[in-house]
Design a protein around this ligand. Structure first.
Ligand SMILES: Cc1ncc(COP(=O)(O)O)c(C=O)c1O
Length: 368
C-alpha cells in the first residue's frame, strides 16, 4: 500500500511567486518592477508600531484579531461591522480559506485568464476543477460567457477588478447586471486588492453589493497600497451569512502580533495611503505616455502595473531589462502568452525603464 498521496496534488507543480530582487555588479541600482510592490516602501508609523510590538512577542496575539477588524470598520466609515471581516496572513491566504470553506472534490470554479494564479491552483488543491472562460482579445471579462459556463457543480466565480495582470476593471453597471444573473447558490469572489489605484468614474468595489446582501466576498491585501508585502496580511469582507460561516475555519492565533500591529498602524496612516495612490496615478500617466511615445502596445490599466506586448519575445525582453537592473515579469503562465507585466515604480525607476526600452528599440532598428 502506498502513502495516501492525493493524485491531484501529485500532478501539481509547486506554486512559484515573483522572483527575489537581483543584485547587480558595480553597485548598479536595481529597480524591481516585477511584483506590483509599493515604490514608497511602507509607513513610518508601521515601523514604529512593529518596533514597539517587539517587546511583546512572548505572549500570544489577540486571538480574535478584534482590534484589526475595528480598524477596518473605521477604514470603511462604519458601513460594515467587525463581523463582516475575516483577516488572514495575506490576500492569497484568504483565497485559500475561501477554497477550503466552499470546495469539495469534483466541484467547479470559474476563472478568467489571464488572472492571478492562486485562484486555479488553490482550487486544484481542493480536488476541484477550475474552468477557464478566457477574457476577450482586449482583456475584458466575457461576463456572458461566464454565466453560460455555470453548471450544477459551480461553487465559486473568481473576478478581479482591477485584474492582475491585465489591469482591466469591471464597470459598475456590468458588475451589477452580472450579479443579478448569477444563481443564488454560487459565490462571486471579487478580488479588489488593487482597488485604491482605480480612478475610472464607473469603477466600483464590492461594498455596495455586499451591503445589499449579495453572495459576494471582496478580497483585500496589505501588500499593495500599504506596502506590506513582507508582513503578510490580508482580509476579506462579505455579508454576515457568509463571513460568519468562513470564520468557523479560521485558525486561532492566525495573525502574528507583528502582523496585527503593523496592519492597524497602516490603516491609521491615511497620509501614506494618499501619497501612494497619488504617486501611482502620476507615474501611471508618465509611463503610459512614455510607452505611447515609443509605440509599445499596452492595455489600459487601473492598477499599479501595466501589461505590455513586448517588441521582442518575452523571455528576451525580460533578460534585456534584467541586464540593466530592471526586473519585470513575463506572464504567459497567468494566461497572457508572450506578454509582460511591469509595475509602476519611482520616477527614477520609470525613467530608467523608458530609457532602456528606447535603447532596445534603437538596437532593433540597427540590427535590421
Ligand atoms: C489579484 C491579486 N490578488 C491577491 C493577491 C495577493 O496578495 P498577497 O497574498 O500578497 O496579500 C495579489 C498579489 O499579487 C494579486 O495580484
Amino acid at each position: 500500500m502506498g502513502l495516501p498521496f492525493k493524485q491531484y496534488i501529485l500532478e501539481d507543480s509547486t506554486y512559484k511567486g515573483g522572483g527575489k530582487k537581483i543584485t547587480m555588479p558595480n553597485g548598479i541600482e536595481v529597480h524591481k518592477l516585477s511584483s506590483n510592490e509599493n515604490p514608497l516602501g511602507y509607513s513610518p508609523r508601521v515601523k514604529m508600531a512593529l518596533a514597539a510590538a517587539l517587546n511583546d512577542l512572548s505572549q500570544y496575539p489577540d486571538n480574535t484579531d478584534i482590534r484589526l477588524r475595528e480598524a477596518l470598520v473605521k477604514d470603511f466609515d462604519a458601513m460594515l461591522t467587525i463581523d463582516h471581516f475575516i483577516t488572514a496572513n495575506s490576500g492569497s491566504e484568504i483565497i485559500d480559506i475561501i477554497s477550503k470553506a466552499f470546495l469539495n472534490d469534483g466541484d467547479e470554479v470559474i476563472v478568467s485568464q489571464p488572472c492571478f494564479l492562486p485562484y486555479s491552483a488553490f482550487t486544484r488543491w481542493m480536488g476541484a476543477k477550475a474552468i477557464n472562460v478566457p477574457m476577450t482579445i482586449d482583456y475584458d471579462y466575457d461576463l456572458e460567457g461566464i454565466l453560460n459556463a455555470i453548471g450544477n457543480e459551480t461553487k465559486i466565480i473568481f473576478l478581479a477588478s482591477p485584474n492582475n495582470p491585465s489591469g482591466n476593471y469591471i464597470p459598475r453597471k456590468d458588475l451589477q447586471w452580472f450579479l443579478e444573473q448569477v444563481p443564488e447558490n454560487v459565490i462571486v469572489v471579487l478580488d479588489e486588492v488593487y482597488r485604491h489605484f482605480a480612478e475610472a468614474e464607473d469603477y466600483t468595489s464590492g461594498l455596495s453589493f455586499i451591503l445589499e446582501g449579495k453572495n459576494v466576498i471582496a478580497i483585500n491585501s496589505f501588500s499593495k497600497t500599504y506596502g506590506l508585502a513582507g508582513l503578510r496580511v490580508g482580509y476579506c469582507y462579505a455579508p454576515l451569512h457568509i463571513s460568519n460561516y468562513i470564520r468557523k475555519i479560521c485558525k486561532p492565533f492566525l495573525l502574528s502580533t507583528l502582523a496585527l500591529e503593523g496592519a492597524i498602524a497602516a490603516l491609521e496612516d491615511t497620509y501614506f495611503v494618499d501619497q501612494t495612490v497619488q504617486l501611482i496615478k502620476t507615474e501611471r500617466k508618465y509611463v503610459l505616455h512614455g510607452l505611447d511615445a515609443l509605440g509599445i502596445k499596452y492595455w489600459p490599466t487601473q492598477g499599479n502595473f501595466v501589461l505590455i506586448d513586448p517588441p521582442v519575445p518575452d523571455a528576451e525582453f525580460v533578460l534585456f531589462l534584467e541586464q540593466r537592473g530592471i526586473m519585470v515579469r513575463s506572464v504567459g503562465n497567468f494566461g497572457a502568452l508572450g506578454k509582460v507585466r511591469i509595475s509602476f515604480g519611482t520616477r527614477a525607476a520609470n525613467k530608467a525603464l523608458l530609457l532602456s526600452l528606447e535603447a532596445l528599440l534603437k538596437s532593433m532598428a540597427i540590427s535590421v
